[in-house]
Design a protein around this ligand. Structure first.
Ligand code: SIN
Ligand code: CO
Length: 400
Protein backbone atom coordinates (compact mmCIF):
# COMPACT_ATOMS: atom_id res chain seq x y z
CA UNK A 1 0.00 0.00 0.00
CA UNK A 2 1.35 3.44 -0.89
CA UNK A 3 1.94 5.70 2.10
CA UNK A 4 0.08 8.99 1.77
CA UNK A 5 1.97 12.06 3.07
CA UNK A 6 -0.59 12.61 5.84
CA UNK A 7 0.06 9.15 7.32
CA UNK A 8 3.82 9.81 7.62
CA UNK A 9 4.99 10.16 11.21
CA UNK A 10 5.79 13.81 11.95
CA UNK A 11 9.47 14.50 12.61
CA UNK A 12 10.22 14.65 16.34
CA UNK A 13 11.31 18.01 17.77
CA UNK A 14 13.17 16.26 20.59
CA UNK A 15 15.68 13.41 20.28
CA UNK A 16 18.39 11.87 22.43
CA UNK A 17 22.06 12.09 21.53
CA UNK A 18 24.98 9.94 22.50
CA UNK A 19 28.76 10.20 22.62
CA UNK A 20 29.08 9.04 19.01
CA UNK A 21 25.88 10.72 17.72
CA UNK A 22 25.73 14.30 19.07
CA UNK A 23 22.84 15.11 16.75
CA UNK A 24 20.88 12.03 17.83
CA UNK A 25 20.95 10.98 14.16
CA UNK A 26 23.41 10.97 11.29
CA UNK A 27 24.61 14.34 9.99
CA UNK A 28 23.01 13.49 6.62
CA UNK A 29 19.63 12.93 8.28
CA UNK A 30 19.97 16.10 10.35
CA UNK A 31 20.83 18.15 7.25
CA UNK A 32 17.96 16.64 5.30
CA UNK A 33 15.25 17.00 7.95
CA UNK A 34 16.25 19.84 10.31
CA UNK A 35 19.05 22.07 8.98
CA UNK A 36 17.57 25.44 7.97
CA UNK A 37 14.11 23.89 8.31
CA UNK A 38 12.97 23.21 11.86
CA UNK A 39 14.23 23.38 15.46
CA UNK A 40 15.56 20.33 17.24
CA UNK A 41 16.31 19.68 20.90
CA UNK A 42 18.97 17.03 21.41
CA UNK A 43 19.02 15.73 24.96
CA UNK A 44 22.53 14.74 25.98
CA UNK A 45 24.10 15.68 22.68
CA UNK A 46 27.33 15.77 24.66
CA UNK A 47 26.94 13.35 27.60
CA UNK A 48 29.00 14.24 30.69
CA UNK A 49 29.79 17.61 29.17
CA UNK A 50 32.54 19.51 30.97
CA UNK A 51 32.72 23.22 30.05
CA UNK A 52 36.11 24.00 28.49
CA UNK A 53 36.23 27.40 30.21
CA UNK A 54 35.48 28.67 33.75
CA UNK A 55 33.09 31.58 34.33
CA UNK A 56 35.95 33.60 35.84
CA UNK A 57 38.07 33.16 32.72
CA UNK A 58 35.15 34.28 30.59
CA UNK A 59 34.78 37.40 32.74
CA UNK A 60 38.54 37.98 32.40
CA UNK A 61 38.27 37.74 28.62
CA UNK A 62 35.37 40.22 28.65
CA UNK A 63 37.79 42.76 30.14
CA UNK A 64 40.28 42.38 27.24
CA UNK A 65 40.38 45.39 24.95
CA UNK A 66 39.68 43.49 21.73
CA UNK A 67 37.19 40.93 22.99
CA UNK A 68 33.56 41.48 21.96
CA UNK A 69 31.52 41.40 25.13
CA UNK A 70 28.25 42.68 26.52
CA UNK A 71 26.87 42.81 30.02
CA UNK A 72 23.08 42.84 30.10
CA UNK A 73 21.08 43.56 33.24
CA UNK A 74 17.31 43.23 33.29
CA UNK A 75 15.30 45.32 35.73
CA UNK A 76 12.35 42.94 35.84
CA UNK A 77 10.03 45.23 37.77
CA UNK A 78 10.24 48.07 35.25
CA UNK A 79 11.15 45.81 32.29
CA UNK A 80 14.19 47.96 31.56
CA UNK A 81 17.26 46.46 29.90
CA UNK A 82 20.68 47.90 30.50
CA UNK A 83 23.41 46.95 28.02
CA UNK A 84 27.09 47.69 28.57
CA UNK A 85 29.50 46.79 25.78
CA UNK A 86 33.05 45.72 26.56
CA UNK A 87 35.82 46.03 27.38
CA UNK A 88 34.35 45.53 30.84
CA UNK A 89 36.04 46.11 34.16
CA UNK A 90 36.05 44.41 37.56
CA UNK A 91 33.86 47.25 38.79
CA UNK A 92 31.20 46.36 36.21
CA UNK A 93 31.02 42.84 37.62
CA UNK A 94 31.12 44.06 41.22
CA UNK A 95 28.06 46.23 40.48
CA UNK A 96 25.90 43.39 39.13
CA UNK A 97 22.80 42.40 41.11
CA UNK A 98 22.27 38.88 42.54
CA UNK A 99 20.15 37.81 39.58
CA UNK A 100 18.78 38.83 36.17
CA UNK A 101 22.01 39.59 34.40
CA UNK A 102 24.11 37.95 31.76
CA UNK A 103 27.52 38.34 30.20
CA UNK A 104 28.00 37.42 26.55
CA UNK A 105 31.36 37.08 24.84
CA UNK A 106 31.61 36.46 21.10
CA UNK A 107 34.39 34.71 19.16
CA UNK A 108 35.70 32.88 22.23
CA UNK A 109 36.98 30.09 19.94
CA UNK A 110 39.52 32.58 18.57
CA UNK A 111 40.92 33.20 22.06
CA UNK A 112 40.82 29.75 23.58
CA UNK A 113 41.91 26.51 21.89
CA UNK A 114 39.81 24.34 24.24
CA UNK A 115 36.71 26.30 23.23
CA UNK A 116 37.73 26.05 19.56
CA UNK A 117 37.81 22.26 20.00
CA UNK A 118 34.03 22.41 20.56
CA UNK A 119 33.71 23.03 16.82
CA UNK A 120 35.11 19.62 15.95
CA UNK A 121 31.76 17.76 16.10
CA UNK A 122 30.37 20.34 13.66
CA UNK A 123 32.84 19.32 10.98
CA UNK A 124 29.93 18.01 8.89
CA UNK A 125 29.21 21.68 8.06
CA UNK A 126 31.49 23.66 5.72
CA UNK A 127 33.96 25.40 8.05
CA UNK A 128 33.33 28.72 6.27
CA UNK A 129 29.67 28.53 7.34
CA UNK A 130 30.71 28.56 11.01
CA UNK A 131 30.99 32.00 12.55
CA UNK A 132 32.01 31.63 16.16
CA UNK A 133 31.43 30.16 19.58
CA UNK A 134 29.71 32.78 21.69
CA UNK A 135 29.56 32.01 25.41
CA UNK A 136 27.12 33.44 27.87
CA UNK A 137 27.31 33.35 31.62
CA UNK A 138 24.10 34.20 33.45
CA UNK A 139 22.82 34.41 36.98
CA UNK A 140 19.25 33.15 37.59
CA UNK A 141 16.75 35.10 35.50
CA UNK A 142 19.53 36.33 33.17
CA UNK A 143 19.09 36.32 29.39
CA UNK A 144 18.85 38.61 26.41
CA UNK A 145 15.06 38.52 26.06
CA UNK A 146 12.92 37.06 23.28
CA UNK A 147 14.44 37.65 19.86
CA UNK A 148 15.14 36.10 16.48
CA UNK A 149 18.56 35.49 14.94
CA UNK A 150 19.31 35.63 11.23
CA UNK A 151 21.64 32.64 11.48
CA UNK A 152 21.43 28.98 12.42
CA UNK A 153 22.65 28.37 15.94
CA UNK A 154 23.41 25.37 18.16
CA UNK A 155 22.78 26.34 21.80
CA UNK A 156 24.76 23.94 23.93
CA UNK A 157 24.06 24.03 27.63
CA UNK A 158 27.41 24.05 29.41
CA UNK A 159 26.77 24.73 33.07
CA UNK A 160 23.62 24.84 35.19
CA UNK A 161 20.15 24.92 33.73
CA UNK A 162 18.51 27.18 31.19
CA UNK A 163 14.84 27.48 30.42
CA UNK A 164 14.30 27.80 26.68
CA UNK A 165 11.08 28.89 25.07
CA UNK A 166 10.76 28.94 21.28
CA UNK A 167 8.04 29.42 18.70
CA UNK A 168 8.00 27.24 15.61
CA UNK A 169 4.93 29.05 14.30
CA UNK A 170 5.98 30.41 10.90
CA UNK A 171 3.40 33.20 11.29
CA UNK A 172 4.80 34.37 14.64
CA UNK A 173 5.06 38.21 14.67
CA UNK A 174 8.66 39.45 14.26
CA UNK A 175 8.31 43.18 15.07
CA UNK A 176 11.02 44.57 17.36
CA UNK A 177 10.58 46.53 20.54
CA UNK A 178 11.70 50.07 19.87
CA UNK A 179 12.47 50.88 23.51
CA UNK A 180 15.33 48.36 23.89
CA UNK A 181 18.61 48.28 21.97
CA UNK A 182 18.58 44.45 21.99
CA UNK A 183 16.22 43.88 19.03
CA UNK A 184 13.79 42.08 21.30
CA UNK A 185 10.43 40.94 20.00
CA UNK A 186 7.36 43.01 20.83
CA UNK A 187 5.31 39.83 21.14
CA UNK A 188 6.38 36.28 21.89
CA UNK A 189 4.05 33.31 22.28
CA UNK A 190 6.10 30.14 22.85
CA UNK A 191 4.98 26.91 21.24
CA UNK A 192 7.61 24.81 23.07
CA UNK A 193 9.39 25.15 26.41
CA UNK A 194 12.18 23.05 27.87
CA UNK A 195 14.64 23.06 30.72
CA UNK A 196 18.10 22.25 29.39
CA UNK A 197 20.75 20.47 31.45
CA UNK A 198 24.49 20.43 30.77
CA UNK A 199 25.16 18.52 27.55
CA UNK A 200 21.70 19.23 26.08
CA UNK A 201 21.70 21.18 22.83
CA UNK A 202 19.02 23.16 21.02
CA UNK A 203 19.37 23.72 17.28
CA UNK A 204 17.51 26.69 15.82
CA UNK A 205 17.32 27.61 12.14
CA UNK A 206 17.26 31.33 11.28
CA UNK A 207 14.17 33.32 12.17
CA UNK A 208 12.82 31.15 15.03
CA UNK A 209 11.74 33.34 17.98
CA UNK A 210 13.46 32.18 21.18
CA UNK A 211 14.09 33.21 24.75
CA UNK A 212 16.60 31.55 27.08
CA UNK A 213 16.62 32.32 30.79
CA UNK A 214 19.10 31.01 33.36
CA UNK A 215 17.27 28.85 35.88
CA UNK A 216 18.09 28.10 39.48
CA UNK A 217 21.78 28.94 39.57
CA UNK A 218 24.77 30.05 37.51
CA UNK A 219 24.41 29.12 33.85
CA UNK A 220 26.76 28.94 30.88
CA UNK A 221 25.52 28.47 27.32
CA UNK A 222 27.76 27.89 24.33
CA UNK A 223 26.26 29.22 21.07
CA UNK A 224 27.83 27.73 17.99
CA UNK A 225 26.66 30.28 15.45
CA UNK A 226 26.73 30.14 11.69
CA UNK A 227 27.36 32.90 9.22
CA UNK A 228 25.31 33.49 6.09
CA UNK A 229 25.91 36.63 4.04
CA UNK A 230 22.79 38.51 3.02
CA UNK A 231 21.91 38.83 -0.65
CA UNK A 232 22.66 42.53 -0.23
CA UNK A 233 26.19 41.83 1.06
CA UNK A 234 26.86 39.29 -1.68
CA UNK A 235 25.59 41.60 -4.39
CA UNK A 236 27.55 44.60 -3.08
CA UNK A 237 30.76 42.60 -2.88
CA UNK A 238 30.26 40.97 -6.27
CA UNK A 239 29.66 44.38 -7.83
CA UNK A 240 32.88 45.73 -6.25
CA UNK A 241 34.76 42.65 -7.40
CA UNK A 242 33.55 43.01 -10.97
CA UNK A 243 34.07 46.76 -10.98
CA UNK A 244 37.70 46.42 -9.92
CA UNK A 245 38.36 44.16 -12.87
CA UNK A 246 36.64 46.17 -15.61
CA UNK A 247 38.88 48.52 -17.63
CA UNK A 248 38.13 52.27 -17.47
CA UNK A 249 37.83 52.49 -21.26
CA UNK A 250 34.93 50.03 -21.30
CA UNK A 251 32.03 52.49 -21.08
CA UNK A 252 28.41 53.01 -21.90
CA UNK A 253 28.46 53.41 -25.68
CA UNK A 254 25.74 54.30 -28.18
CA UNK A 255 27.10 54.40 -31.70
CA UNK A 256 23.57 53.44 -32.82
CA UNK A 257 22.03 56.59 -31.26
CA UNK A 258 19.00 58.12 -33.02
CA UNK A 259 17.73 61.71 -32.42
CA UNK A 260 16.02 61.88 -29.01
CA UNK A 261 12.25 61.51 -29.31
CA UNK A 262 11.59 63.17 -25.94
CA UNK A 263 13.94 65.19 -23.74
CA UNK A 264 15.46 63.28 -20.82
CA UNK A 265 13.88 59.96 -21.66
CA UNK A 266 15.71 56.74 -20.79
CA UNK A 267 14.25 54.82 -23.71
CA UNK A 268 14.13 51.14 -24.62
CA UNK A 269 17.20 51.41 -26.84
CA UNK A 270 19.23 52.73 -23.87
CA UNK A 271 18.01 49.89 -21.64
CA UNK A 272 18.84 47.37 -24.37
CA UNK A 273 22.39 48.72 -24.63
CA UNK A 274 22.76 48.35 -20.85
CA UNK A 275 21.55 44.77 -20.96
CA UNK A 276 23.96 43.92 -23.75
CA UNK A 277 26.99 45.48 -22.06
CA UNK A 278 26.26 44.29 -18.50
CA UNK A 279 25.44 40.55 -18.57
CA UNK A 280 24.57 40.44 -14.85
CA UNK A 281 21.62 42.79 -15.47
CA UNK A 282 19.88 39.60 -16.63
CA UNK A 283 18.86 39.22 -12.98
CA UNK A 284 16.88 42.47 -13.17
CA UNK A 285 13.49 42.85 -14.76
CA UNK A 286 12.87 45.83 -17.01
CA UNK A 287 11.43 48.01 -14.23
CA UNK A 288 14.31 47.32 -11.84
CA UNK A 289 16.90 48.00 -14.57
CA UNK A 290 15.17 51.26 -15.44
CA UNK A 291 14.87 52.27 -11.79
CA UNK A 292 18.52 51.53 -11.04
CA UNK A 293 19.80 53.29 -14.16
CA UNK A 294 17.54 56.32 -13.72
CA UNK A 295 18.80 56.83 -10.17
CA UNK A 296 22.42 56.14 -11.15
CA UNK A 297 22.67 58.34 -14.21
CA UNK A 298 21.08 61.37 -12.54
CA UNK A 299 23.56 61.05 -9.66
CA UNK A 300 26.56 60.30 -11.85
CA UNK A 301 29.33 62.93 -11.85
CA UNK A 302 27.28 65.54 -10.05
CA UNK A 303 29.55 68.01 -8.31
CA UNK A 304 26.64 69.42 -6.29
CA UNK A 305 23.06 68.64 -5.50
CA UNK A 306 20.28 71.13 -4.65
CA UNK A 307 19.51 71.73 -1.01
CA UNK A 308 15.97 71.00 0.17
CA UNK A 309 13.69 74.00 0.60
CA UNK A 310 14.00 75.59 4.03
CA UNK A 311 10.22 75.83 4.32
CA UNK A 312 8.29 73.60 1.90
CA UNK A 313 5.35 75.23 0.13
CA UNK A 314 1.87 74.05 0.90
CA UNK A 315 -0.42 73.04 -1.93
CA UNK A 316 -2.54 76.13 -1.41
CA UNK A 317 0.51 78.42 -1.50
CA UNK A 318 1.76 76.81 -4.71
CA UNK A 319 -1.64 77.06 -6.40
CA UNK A 320 -1.96 80.71 -5.42
CA UNK A 321 1.52 81.52 -6.73
CA UNK A 322 0.97 79.69 -10.04
CA UNK A 323 -2.35 81.44 -10.48
CA UNK A 324 -0.58 84.75 -9.95
CA UNK A 325 1.80 83.83 -12.81
CA UNK A 326 4.74 82.35 -10.90
CA UNK A 327 7.07 79.99 -12.75
CA UNK A 328 8.87 76.87 -11.65
CA UNK A 329 12.60 76.95 -12.41
CA UNK A 330 14.69 73.85 -12.52
CA UNK A 331 17.61 74.14 -10.11
CA UNK A 332 20.88 74.34 -12.09
CA UNK A 333 22.35 71.40 -10.14
CA UNK A 334 19.31 69.22 -10.76
CA UNK A 335 19.96 66.43 -13.23
CA UNK A 336 16.72 64.99 -14.49
CA UNK A 337 15.78 61.97 -16.57
CA UNK A 338 12.59 60.01 -16.93
CA UNK A 339 11.40 56.70 -18.15
CA UNK A 340 8.04 55.16 -18.94
CA UNK A 341 7.37 51.89 -17.09
CA UNK A 342 4.57 49.37 -17.24
CA UNK A 343 2.56 51.42 -14.76
CA UNK A 344 3.15 55.10 -15.30
CA UNK A 345 6.41 56.95 -15.66
CA UNK A 346 9.13 57.89 -13.20
CA UNK A 347 11.10 61.10 -13.01
CA UNK A 348 14.63 60.74 -11.66
CA UNK A 349 16.38 63.67 -10.04
CA UNK A 350 19.90 63.36 -8.62
CA UNK A 351 19.41 59.74 -7.64
CA UNK A 352 15.86 60.04 -6.37
CA UNK A 353 12.78 58.63 -8.07
CA UNK A 354 9.42 60.41 -8.28
CA UNK A 355 6.25 58.86 -9.76
CA UNK A 356 5.18 61.09 -12.64
CA UNK A 357 3.07 61.32 -15.73
CA UNK A 358 5.14 60.91 -18.90
CA UNK A 359 3.94 64.32 -20.13
CA UNK A 360 5.01 66.29 -17.09
CA UNK A 361 8.27 64.35 -16.71
CA UNK A 362 9.14 65.12 -20.33
CA UNK A 363 8.24 68.81 -19.91
CA UNK A 364 10.35 69.14 -16.79
CA UNK A 365 13.30 67.58 -18.59
CA UNK A 366 12.81 69.68 -21.71
CA UNK A 367 12.27 73.12 -20.14
CA UNK A 368 14.28 74.96 -17.57
CA UNK A 369 11.22 76.92 -16.51
CA UNK A 370 7.59 76.00 -16.45
CA UNK A 371 4.46 78.10 -15.99
CA UNK A 372 0.84 76.97 -15.71
CA UNK A 373 -1.95 78.79 -17.49
CA UNK A 374 -4.44 76.33 -15.97
CA UNK A 375 -4.79 74.80 -12.52
CA UNK A 376 -2.41 71.82 -12.19
CA UNK A 377 -4.12 68.48 -11.63
CA UNK A 378 -3.73 66.71 -8.31
CA UNK A 379 -1.38 64.17 -9.97
CA UNK A 380 0.78 67.05 -11.21
CA UNK A 381 0.79 68.65 -7.77
CA UNK A 382 1.85 65.32 -6.29
CA UNK A 383 5.04 65.61 -8.36
CA UNK A 384 5.63 69.36 -8.20
CA UNK A 385 5.34 69.69 -4.42
CA UNK A 386 8.05 67.11 -3.54
CA UNK A 387 10.31 68.46 -6.31
CA UNK A 388 9.94 71.91 -4.75
CA UNK A 389 10.47 70.55 -1.25
CA UNK A 390 13.63 68.68 -2.33
CA UNK A 391 14.97 71.80 -4.07
CA UNK A 392 14.87 70.50 -7.66
CA UNK A 393 12.33 73.16 -8.56
CA UNK A 394 12.44 76.72 -7.32
CA UNK A 395 9.48 79.07 -7.45
CA UNK A 396 10.04 82.37 -9.30
CA UNK A 397 7.27 84.70 -8.25
CA UNK A 398 5.56 86.78 -10.95
CA UNK A 399 6.74 90.38 -11.11
CA UNK A 400 4.25 92.70 -9.51
C1 SIN B 1 22.51 33.19 25.34
O1 SIN B 1 22.03 34.08 26.04
O2 SIN B 1 23.42 32.46 25.69
C2 SIN B 1 21.97 32.88 24.01
C3 SIN B 1 21.72 34.04 23.20
C4 SIN B 1 20.80 33.72 22.07
O3 SIN B 1 19.67 33.36 22.28
O4 SIN B 1 21.15 33.91 20.90
CO1 CO C 1 19.48 34.02 19.89
Amino acid sequence: MAISPSSRKPLPIEVRGSADRPLGMSPAQFLRDYWQKRPLLIRQAFPDFVPPIEPNDLAGLACEEHALSRLIVHDERRDRWQVKTGPLSEDDFAATPDSNWTLLVQDVDKWDADVAALLQPFGFLPSWRVDDVMISYAEPGGGVGAHVDQYDVFLLQGLGQRHWAISDDPAAPKAFRTDVELKQLQQFEPTHEWLLEPGDMLYLPPGVPHDGVAFGGPCMTFSIGMRAPSQAELTGDLADYLAERLPEEQRYADPDLKPAAAAGEIDRAALKRLRESLPFTAALDEDALRDWFGRFITRYRNAQTPLPAVKPLSEAQLLAQLKAGAELLRHPWSRLAWSAGRIGATLYANGQAYPASAELARLLCAQRSLGFSRKPSSAELALLLPLLADGHLVLRRARA
